[in-house]
Design a protein around this ligand. Structure first.
Ligand SMILES: NC(=O)c1ccc[n+]([C@@H]2O[C@H](COP(=O)([O-])OP(=O)(O)OC[C@H]3O[C@@H](n4cnc5c(N)ncnc54)[C@H](OP(=O)(O)O)[C@@H]3O)[C@@H](O)[C@H]2O)c1
Length: 277
């Protein structure tokens, strides 16, 4: 039974308010991670961002500092010692963690006969192994602030390429799509495992958005990409931040184990051709 005296209050503040929460955004120094860090800060969340490059961390900090309580930690999430530093920084700063955004990601494109073992391993290591390891290491800190009423949240950034076979076949990205499909499944397995600790686990599966990762692809294939999307465009930053805020909020507390495509319908589309009968 829900005995919350405010249960009939459907105001945006109660449903979506995040003031005072704490979050870690991996890969928060650029692209989607930087947008999400900004969105969280603008809504009163205290944020730690992490990425490998000190330079990118301090540039991002320069952009975000005026928005609220934010620090940047240079940490490679594929390395156990760097993950330890992150966990201890979070414990020291916040004592507990409400929102973990596993966003850091890598890609590698090459034709099948030239696809190198080290490229495959690097992508799986960053997009899958590191997410598992960091999540495992942070569960005790996430559990500390979690309650049945307001669970802590793990939000994994997957990809529409983990749902369908990528459309831009001229740049084959075998490891990337395999890593994201596995991440989606890991999301569901962890959702079942961690529900009883009052931690939800969901994935956002973006379509194409502007970032360092997509710069090169857009340079050559933007028109194909737009043509393959039923909405005929790429995504906007607010469309990733919006779904993140939902998943992090009271409104999203009962969503668990979901993989939510944010791709304008691209992953369910086979393209539309003119009817020429
Ligand atoms: N943009 C899109 O269209 C799109 C579509 C679907 C999914 N995604 C996913 O969205 C996420 C963000 O990608 P993005 O497009 O925003 O690309 P991006 O701008 O290249 O951002 C990637 C971020 O991850 C960090 N990073 C990479 N390896 C890391 C590691 N080992 N340890 C810590 N940080 C690491 C990078 O910083 P450092 O270089 O400093 O480490 C950077 O901050 C990825 O998971 C990607 O797969 C993006």
């Amino acid at each position: 039974m829900n005995e919350d005296a405010n249960q009939d209050d459907f105001s945006l503040t109660r449903l979506f308010g995040l003031e005072g929460k704490t979050a870690l955004v991996t890969g928060g120094s650029s692209g989607l991670g930087l947008h999400m860090a900004r969105g969280l800060l603008q809504n009163g969340v205290r944020v730690v961002i992490a990425s490998r490059s000190e330079e990118k961390c301090s540039a991002a900090l320069g952009e975000l500092a005026g928005l609220g309580d934010v620090v940047a930690v240079a940490a490679n999430v594929t390395k156990a010692d760097a993950r330890e530093v992150l966990v201890s920084e979070i414990t020291k700063r916040f004592g507990s963690l409400d929102i973990l955004v596993n966003n850091a990601g890598a890609n590698w494109g090459a034709p099948l006969d030239q696809y190198p073992d080290e490229g495959f391993a690097k992508v799986i290591d960053t997009n899958l192994n590191a997410v598992f390891a960091l999540t495992r290491d942070l569960v005790p800190v996430l559990a500390k602030s979690a309650s049945a009423d307001l669970p802590s949240r793990i939000i994994n950034i997957g990809s529409m390429d983990g749902i369908h076979v990528p459309i831009v076949q001229r740049v084959p990205t075998f490891a990337y799509s395999a890593s994201k499909a596995a991440l989606h499944h890991l999301t569901k397995a962890l959702a079942v495992e961690l529900g009883h600790k009052n931690i939800t686990v969901n994935a956002i599966a973006p379509g194409f958005f502007e970032s360092r990762m997509t710069d090169h692809v857009f340079e050559h294939y933007l028109k194909d990409i737009e043509d393959d999307c039923p909405l005929h465009r790429i995504g906007r930053p607010e469309e990733i931040v919006g779904i993140l805020l939902y998943l992090a909020s009271r409104a999203g507390a009962y969503t668990n184990g979901a993989v939510i495509p944010v791709d304008g319908g691209t992953s369910i589309s086979k393209g539309k051709r003119e009817w020429t009968l």
